[in-house]
Design a protein around this ligand. Structure first.
Ligand code: RIB
Length: 297
């Protein structure tokens, strides 16, 4: 069983489905409201667990009702929560999400996620040391992301850095990551480059291997120096929230099968994830993923 440690955020997603996005000062009627578990770290943990990995999460929740619900949900998915702190005087993270026409707009209020420190990562060293992979995203403080990448590198455990939401990152620790997994927009921000620049050129300028996600167009990566493209899978999109998280989790869960197959499975899992409402709603389990892939030519 692949052992994965995820270091990242846990949010309650407050999701409104609407006919379209609103403009400033405008009020419209929405169609549906849902309160569902989310947060990039928690999403990646759940997606990897559904795909059969043994998963532990390092993060923090507030000492509030959302915190209790989120903890119970993660435990029910089989995620090890030994290193998820309960922080008094902090609210749990929230994300206010509008979904319209399969696209989303998101405002995250980090709450307890802003108090996940390098010390929390160091405290999980005994979990990280024997792990097959570490996943980290950027909804927690940057020094904690850096500490995760550095510790993984020191212990010889491959770290996948999902640079979302994107910020420009220093090359000296970016090069310690095993993979970085931005979309095109995030890649430009990561490098401080012009977003209009050709993504293949940007990929070559990145100091560590890149697996670039392009939504319905699939993913680009390099194998033995050659640029390779995994086309996306055609599905009916209900909600794209969490697609990137599902991609990252599947990539880590199947990396031992080789990069091309892992990227193919990651694209398929991400495609399935967008067919239902809510970040974790459509994340497939292993059986669903295998059945979907068997239907493809
Ligand atoms: O990647 C999707 C996630 O981003 C949502 O679940 C939301 O919580 C935000 O963190």
């Amino acid at each position: 069983m692949t052992r994965i440690v995820v270091v990242g955020s846990i949010n309650m997603d407050l999701v409104t489905q609407a006919p379209r996005f609103v403009g400033p000062g405008e009020t419209i009627l929405g169609e549906r409201f849902l309160t569902v578990p989310g947060g990039k770290g928690a999403n990646q943990a759940v997606a990897a667990a559904r795909l059969g990995a043994e998963v532990a999460l390092v993060g923090a929740l507030g000492d509030d009702a959302f915190g209790q619900q989120l903890r119970a949900g993660l435990a029910a998915e089989g995620v090890n929560l030994e290193h998820v702190a309960r922080l008094a005087e902090s609210a749990s993270g929230t994300a206010s999400i509008t979904v319209a026409g399969g696209e989303n707009q998101i405002i995250v209020v980090p709450g307890a996620n802003a108090r996940v420190t390098p010390a929390h990562v160091e405290a999980a060293r005994s979990l990280i040391e024997p792990a097959d992979a570490v996943l980290v995203q950027m909804e927690i403080p940057l020094d904690t992301v850096e500490a995760t990448v550095r510790l993984g590198h020191r212990l010889g455990v491959p770290v996948t850095l999902n640079p979302a939401p994107a910020q420009k990152l220093p090359n000296d620790w970016l090069r310690l990551a095993c993979y970085v997994t931005p979309n095109q927009h995030e890649l430009a921000i990561l490098l401080g480059a012009d977003p209009a620049e050709d993504f293949q050129t940007l990929m070559q300028r990145t100091p560590c291997p890149v697996v670039l996600t392009r939504g319905s167009e699939g993913a680009w990566y390099r194998e033995h120096g050659e640029p390779l493209h995994q086309p996306g899978f055609r599905v009916d999109v209900v909600d794209s929230t969490g697609a990137g998280d599902t991609f990252n989790a599947a990539l880590a869960a199947f990396l031992h099968e080789g990069l091309p197959l892992a990227v193919r499975k990651a694209c398929a899992a991400a495609a399935l994830s967008v067919t239902k409402l809510g970040a974790q709603g459509g994340m497939p389990d292993l059986r669903e993923l295998d059945a979907f892939l068997a239907q493809q030519r």
